[in-house]
Design a protein around this ligand. Structure first.
Ligand SMILES: *Cc1c(COP(=O)(O)O)cnc(C)c1O
Length: 233
């Protein structure tokens, strides 16, 4: 029997250790618990163990869980999957954060569809840091104009950058990609004061990501256990 509470405690300790060995404040890295494919009961168990921030990739599955868990008022829902442009409205209406913004057109839709009764939607721009043809995200050279456009949208709050480095990278390639992200992030922060989030690092590359300044790591399996094959929405 896995215990989600034990797993969470272990992951939190790994994050603190990584921060300390990078010479950073041990509380400077937030944990996003990636709950895709896991049921609402698993999320409740994580909430009981003090976790409040959850990441979901598949929209319909996420909306079902958000509805099931609506009695819990302080959950923070993060959308971390690819955004289909005809499905922006439920994202704008139900999430607190989006990590995977990579088109100005999508940003305009989210801005227009964000209910004015809600706080602005927090957004990170996804960077295709290893220039992979099939991966979402923009090229670094396209960052400045997209960031500038987003900061003019009243219902979006630009919070930072997100990346998923390529899967089969050597340690040196991975480190180089994280360092590139760190430089982009530091530069963006000087241009836009609302920027404070660098979303990078998963179970396998936690230490390297935190050493390169990640402020939010996205961890699924180490908390909730293995997933069955991912479903599509
Ligand atoms: C699934 C996913 C994660 C978590 O992956 P694990 O290997 O389960 O830790 C992190 N980020 C994104 C974007 C994901 O889709």
């Amino acid at each position: 029997m896995i215990s989600i509470a034990d797993n969470l405690q272990n992951v939190r300790q790994l994050i603190k250790n990584a921060a300390i060995s990078a010479g950073r404040d041990e509380n400077s890295v937030q944990l996003l618990a990636v709950s895709k494919t896991h049921p609402a009961t698993a999320i409740r168990a994580a909430i009981d163990a003090g976790q409040r921030r959850f990441g979901e990739n598949y929209l319909q599955e996420a909306l079902d869980k958000i509805l099931t868990l609506r009695d819990i008022t302080n959950i923070e829902w993060h959308f971390i999957g690819p955004i289909q442009s005809n499905k922006t409205r439920p994202i704008a209406e139900n999430f607190h954060w989006v990590h995977t913004l990579d088109r100005e057109k999508t940003a305009h839709r989210l801005d227009a569809q964000r209910p004015s009764t809600l706080a602005p939607l927090n957004v990170c721009i996804q960077i295709n840091i290893d220039n992979e043809p099939t991966k979402s995200g923009i090229m670094p050279t396209d960052l400045a104009p997209l960031a500038a456009a987003i900061t003019k949208m009243p219902n979006l709050q630009l919070r930072g950058l997100m990346a998923i480095p390529k899967a089969q990278a050597s340690d040196a390639e991975m480190a180089a990609s994280f360092t590139k992200m760190q430089r982009l992030f530091e530069k963006l922060k000087t241009q836009h004061p609302s920027v404070d989030t660098l979303s990078m690092g998963m179970s396998a590359d936690l230490n390297e990501a935190i050493a390169a300044g990640s402020t939010m790591v996205r961890i699924g399996t180490a908390i909730f256990g293995a997933r069955a094959d991912a479903k599509k929405d």
